[in-house]
Write a protein that binds this ligand. Structure first.
Ligand code: FE2
Ligand code: FE2
Length: 498
């Protein structure tokens, strides 16, 4: 009874705050042309589009559906006007309005000069904008949600402290298990990388022996080490091609197996560990390339002889694997992992391949390959932390990479992959420990706090679940290598949530 009264009071208080906030902060909403957009404005709806959106062809509807994920669209379909979730948008629809954008789509709602240019290029003509910074609509929506939450809580029996403690313990267990897995993987990863190096050295001498690589493919698949290895990939720089192959093997194994599990579909691989095997072997063709080129950290010019030689590794690899009688799907993964959706791009090779002929398994591999290549080599491109890499790839999805494979990869890896270092709105800092489950905003993972808001390193680490703590959010992400240098992995593995 006490709890009900308290919650009712809280509800009234929040409602009052909402109304006061709306009354005090007047908002003007107005429709303007793309030429009148100004930096700093916030778009609340896209209102008018060029003829290419009336009706939309497949590429245009795919583009809108992907980029405005979780928004709504007003369309005309078979002469009837409808307000639909963006995921239901189809080829042939006339686009009338885009609205109800989630907060994560800030890049498509907050106006900047380059963004105006992009909007013009894309045929977006007029917009409804909020002229004043910030406030009323979003706070109204947030407060409405908060009020709803408090009202719901007041109707439920209050949960005992023991249940709250139990939930906290479960979250601490998730974090501690991941940290332990990462720690256990360090040696396995080093061993796997040196095994791949030895096998490639043997191939260079004309001896083929990949039995040891198969041993690691089985280990990654059966011993549940892929999750730890995938997290490790974002915490430690990987300059060598051999470590790159191990990381790609682990990340591919975990993403492919989860896609199959989620879809309830059938794996294209005969043996369970063949997915990891195919990914571990994807750059095997580099064994036919002089070692000084492969091991070099020099950046070769696009038209240099070394680049030309390097571009032949998918064909060399496919030939080697065919001689070893490997399954076709594994041969294709090696052969086509550098094919871009836009095959006319210079970075797409070998040439003369139609993207329609590239299997889903290979399309996914090409995403994993570039994710690891960027997130694992931050020595040269400092800004490529895992979240920055995800944002970069998101912008290229549908142009360089297959949208369907990208969407699935994104939902498994998260906007903030496990091991990402993030800053919260109370200035505290922590590592991401999970990927939010189905139905939870990907921007609200579980965080192990390692530094408080005053910048002090914590001796006793805490855990915070952003899916529950709605007033706390991620405001920035950092490159753990830039913050902690070579100690980044040690800092992560030293976390202990009690
Ligand atoms: Fe490659
Ligand atoms: Fe690669």
């Amino acid at each position: 009874m006490q709890a009900r009264n308290y919650s009712a009071l809280q509800t009234d208080k929040l409602k009052n705050e909402a109304y006061t906030s709306m009354a005090v902060k007047k908002k003007q909403s107005t429709e303007i042309n793309v030429n009148d957009l100004k930096e700093g404005m916030d778009i609340t709806a896209y209102c008018h589009f060029s003829s290419r959106y009336r009706p939309m062809d497949k590429a245009t509807s795919d583009f809108v559906r992907h980029n405005f994920d979780h928004s709504r669209a007003i369309i005309v379909r078979y002469g009837k006007k409808q307000d639909i979730p963006i995921k239901n948008l189809k080829e042939g629809d006339d686009l009338v309005r885009l609205h109800s954008f989630p907060s994560k789509l800030k890049k498509l709602t907050h106006v900047s000069k380059p963004f105006i240019k992009e909007l013009k290029k894309r045929g977006m003509i007029s917009f409804q904008v909020k002229e004043y910074e910030g406030i009323a609509d979003e706070s109204k929506r947030d407060l409405k949600e908060l009020i709803k939450l408090v009202e719901q809580t007041s109707e439920k029996p209050r949960k005992g402290l023991s249940i709250i403690q139990e939930k906290r313990d479960q979250k601490a267990k998730v974090a501690n298990t991941l940290i332990r897995k990462v720690d256990e993987c360090i040696n396995i990863k080093n061993e796997a990388a040196s095994t791949i190096e030895q096998s490639m050295d043997q191939l260079r001498k004309g001896k083929s022996n990949i039995a040891e690589i198969r041993h690691f493919a089985k280990l990654i698949t059966e011993k549940d080490t892929a999750d730890g290895m995938a997290t490790l990939a974002g915490l430690k720089m990987t300059d060598q091609i051999y470590s790159h192959c191990v990381d790609v093997g682990a990340i591919y194994q975990i993403t492919y197996s989860k896609i199959i599990e989620k879809q309830g579909g059938r794996s294209a691989f005969q043996n369970q560990h063949d997915a990891a095997m195919g990914a571990l072997l994807h750059d095997l063709g580099k064994s036919k390339i002089p070692k000084e080129i492969i091991d070099s950290t020099e950046h070769y010019e696009k038209n240099s002889r070394a680049t030309q030689i390097l571009r032949s590794h998918p064909v060399f690899g496919a030939e080697l694997l065919a001689k070893m009688n490997m399954p076709n799907v594994i041969i294709d993964m090696t052969h086509y992992h550098h094919i871009k959706q836009d095959t006319t791009m210079l970075s797409s090779y070998p040439t003369g391949v139609d993207f329609k002929d590239v299997r889903f398994e290979t399309r996914l591999l090409s995403i994993v390959d570039i994710y690891q290549a960027l997130a694992g080599k931050r020595k040269y491109k400092k800004s490529w932390s895992p979240p920055a890499t995800m944002r970069y790839l998101d912008a290229l999805a549908g142009i360089e990479y297959d949208l369907k494979a990208w969407d699935q990869f994104l939902h498994i890896m998260g906007v903030y992959p496990k091991g990402s270092l993030v800053v919260l709105n109370d200035d505290s800092m922590g590592f991401v420990m999970n990927v939010p489950g189905r139905g939870v905003d990907l921007e609200r993972p579980l965080i192990a706090i390692i530094r408080n808001g005053k910048g002090e390193n914590l001796k006793h680490h805490d855990i915070i679940d952003l899916a529950v703590e709605k007033d706390i959010k991620i405001v920035d992400d950092m490159d753990s290598q830039e913050v902690f240098g070579d100690r980044a992995l040690d800092v992560f593995t030293s976390i202990s949530i009690s």
